[in-house]
Design a protein around this ligand. Sequence first.
Ligand SMILES: Nc1ncnc2c1ncn2[C@@H]1O[C@H](COP(=O)(O)OP(=O)(O)OP(=O)(O)O)[C@@H](O)[C@H]1O
Ligand SMILES: [Mg+2]
Length: 445
Amino acid sequence: MLGLRRDRLLTLLLLGALLSADLYFHLWPQVRLQLRPRRGRGGCSCPNSAGDPTAPPPDSAAATASRPGEAEHNFSQVQPGERSEEQGGRSAGRQDLPSKLQNLFAHPLYRTLEEPSLQGPEDTLLSSREALRYYLRKVARWNRQQREEETPEDYFYFIDFQRHNAEIAAFHLDRILDFRRVPPTVGRLLNVTKEILEVTKNEILQSVFFVSPASNVCFFAKCPYMCKTEYAVCGNPHLLEGSLSAFLPSLNLAPRLSVPSPWIRSYSLAGKEEWEVNPLYCDSVKQTYPYNSSNRLLNIMDMAIFDFLIGNMDRHHYEMFTKFGDDGFLIHLDNARGFGRHSHDEISILSPLSQCCMIKKKTLLHLQLLAHPDYRLSDVMRESLQEDQLSPVLTEPHLLALDRRLQIILKTVEGCIRIHGEQNVVVTEPSELLAPNSVQADLAS
Ligand SMILES: Nc1ncnc2c1ncn2[C@@H]1O[C@H](COP(=O)(O)OP(=O)(O)OP(=O)(O)O)[C@@H](O)[C@H]1O
Ligand SMILES: [Mg+2]
């Protein structure tokens, strides 16, 4: 009798344990998933605006985010230079909105493109066995400069540090500008001893590790220049911040072209390039292949705008996948020399734009949107970067410099329009003409 009761008790306990486990491992995650805001394009938690009580008021520019197709009227009211009274925070009465970043990615300008259909076996690149290996490979940059340090004025751009946080921030900015030409990049705190030295079987890699006089584990790179122990990076004593970028498929699988930038700088201490002394330089570029026919020059303008915002003077080459031909996009690789000086805006980086006076309409619309207080660039960048493990990735002065530089870009475009007329400056790409929800900008206002 007593034994039977004990059996029942055991069964009850077992059932209770099973029920608790079920609640904890199945039901609770489901509840949490339901409570969490939905993820949208760009990894944002985008609101479902239809019938959503948190949707923005209908008279705001943000309201266009929830009503695709109706953006035309409201967006045309976006004025370059418009600011809200309060700095950095949300607008009055908007505290109930999820976030500026979510609203930005929900805006019709950021509409999701249709997945292109597969044309042939080479299009299945990423699902192939070989391509999977690349998910494990990463391009790394290491922490060499503290966040609050500025690059000294007397440093040439080609001896400046390569900053891991610049690579991370550049990825976020590129996504916010909707270029999507920087391979995904994240920050990580790595134990260089346990996660690199002790796991590698590569003898060359092992040979570059050493222990510093301060007992920190350090390593240097093997390359033709600037790769001596003097340029080593060190853990503290093992932990080191780094940026990790997704590795692009090998050149065999997806061949790339490396092209010198027409606005390349001199990499000597005294030299000057033609674009620096000839204000009509762009006229000759426009007549030269491939800039004379494709939209390559417009892509260069995008890259110059991107580089001006991050303050990157080190864009000597750009790369492209050959598969997409002359009109293919430029891959924004190597942004490590960005975000060196927040107190200085290097106007010469904008030379392609100021000399050629042309810009894609889509790019201009994005820039105008990011100048609007509801989507202010520094705010959306701050929010986006908060997701990174190494947050804060950029200091406040660097974030605020983005807003200042954005105004300079918009003023440059305004100046171009005044001189050459809007129809000669703002270029609509063929793909934009086909888009059903094409957003119009009233650039004259
Ligand atoms: N994410 C990536 N995936 C694959 N290859 C990459 C990636 N990023 C850079 N590379 C390649 O690595 C090489 C060097 O990259 P990067 O330009 O970023 O480094 P760097 O040290 O600044 O070199 P440089 O002195 O030429 O500017 C380039 O040939 C580039 O094609
Ligand atoms: Mg470089």
